[in-house]
Ligand binder design. Structure first.
Ligand code: ADP
Ligand code: MG
Length: 336
């Protein structure tokens, strides 16, 4: 398990990571999602002990990355944004060197190198110099280095950047297979990628954690805040009056009234607003249905416009702090 507590990183006056807290449980694939400059690499560099934090703490299975670096680092394999490859070494030489650095027992090195070469599909280039490899192969060498020692936690910073579509599919498959026995954290600025491989998404914007949940929950939670389109046969005044009394309606926008049919776009109260009043609140569509039926105003259309994960991502990363789930607001009780 990884615990990140109140992590802050300043570069001069620039706040790159802003009071970030989260925990990572075993055996899942976590995705750090955020636009370029959000603070993903900085966070990963601090988590893996490559960079000091301005404030805060990182625990790897209970070991503080700064106070017990050897024990903490033993649990982690890391593929940084720019893997430290030695261009003049062959793939095999480099992996041998990495295995020694990682203090893998001598009698296990040979077998482990063989295993990671097989897993990352480097067989055909293992005797080639790294400088002569394509970007895709170099990325796999970086990945092979991260996997060596088979640490519990594997952290990959934008593992598919610069790869062609076929290579991306291969790397994703490899990540999925690793997740059977390891906890994997990867970063990406591409939503589709994170949605496809991750069990849990953490959205980071301007150094802050703005959402943390499963892809499905993120979609559901936000859709609770979505819009509902209705068309009713009646007059505008009557519909307007009716909507005022329906529970869960935040606002209503009248779009048009043609041939006795009123079209309205309803914005639902947000999940948090609703939860505060009643946890078992009904689906707003039921409230609408019965309200219209009671007044004998025929409802012709009742349609929920779900927000896609794309929209959620854009909204969250553009609007900064917007809480999607029950996760504690990082700034609570603290001055920044
Ligand atoms: P991401 O990986 O999400 O693209 P980074 O963690 O690389 O984001 O960067 C976060 C912010 O910190 C950016 O605004 C970036 O310009 C800044 N930054 C990163 N590294 C340094 C550095 N060494 N010195 C100054 N600013 C930096
Ligand atoms: Mg980065």
């Amino acid at each position: 398990m990884i615990e990140v507590k109140n992590l802050t990183k300043r570069y001069g006056s620039h706040l790159a990571v802003d009071n970030l807290s989260f925990t990572v449980e075993e055996g899942q694939i976590y995705g750090f999602l955020g636009p370029n400059g959000a603070g993903k690499s900085t966070t990963m560099n601090i988590m893996t002990g490559y960079l000091g934090a301005t404030e805060g703490q990182v625990l790897m299975n209970g070991h503080d990355i700064l106070k017990e670096p050897e024990k903490a680092k033993k649990c982690i394999g890391y593929l940084p944004e720019l893997p430290p490859l030695y261009m003049e070494m062959t793939v095999s030489e480099y992996l041998q060197f990495a295995a020694e650095l990682k203090k893998i027992p001598k009698n296990e090195i040979e077998k482990q190198i063989k295993d990671v070469i097989r897993l990352t599909m480097l067989e055909e280039v293992k005797e080639r110099l790294i400088q002569n490899l394509s970007k895709g192969y170099r990325q796999r060498v970086g990945l092979a280095q991260a996997i060596l020692g088979f640490p519990e936690i594997i952290i990959l910073d934008e593992p598919t950047v610069g790869l062609d579509p076929k290579q991306i599919i291969e790397i994703r498959e490899l990540i999925r297979s690793l997740a059977k026995n390891h906890t994997v954290i990867l970063s990406s600025h591409i939503l589709a990628e994170v949605r496809e491989v991750c069990d849990h998404i953490m959205i980071i914007a301007e150094g802050k954690l703005v959402a943390s949940d499963t892809p499905d929950n993120l979609e559901n939670l936000m859709s609770g805040q979505g819009q509902i389109e209705i068309e009713a046969r009646g007059n505008k005044a009557a519909v307007e009056e009716l909507l005022k009394s329906v529970e869960g309606v935040a606002s209503a926008e009248y779009q048009e009234e043609t041939e006795g049919i009123v079209k309205v776009m309803i914005t639902e109260k947000s999940q948090t607003e609703k939860n505060q009043t009643d946890k078992n609140q009904k689906d707003i569509r039921e409230n609408l249905f019965f309200a219209f039926a009671d007044r004998k105003i025929p409802l012709l259309t009742l349609k929920q416009n779900k927000s896609s994960l794309e929209e959620i991502f854009l909204e969250l990363t553009q609007n900064g702090m917007r809480k999607v789930n029950g996760q504690k607001d990082n700034k609570e009780g603290k001055k920044s």
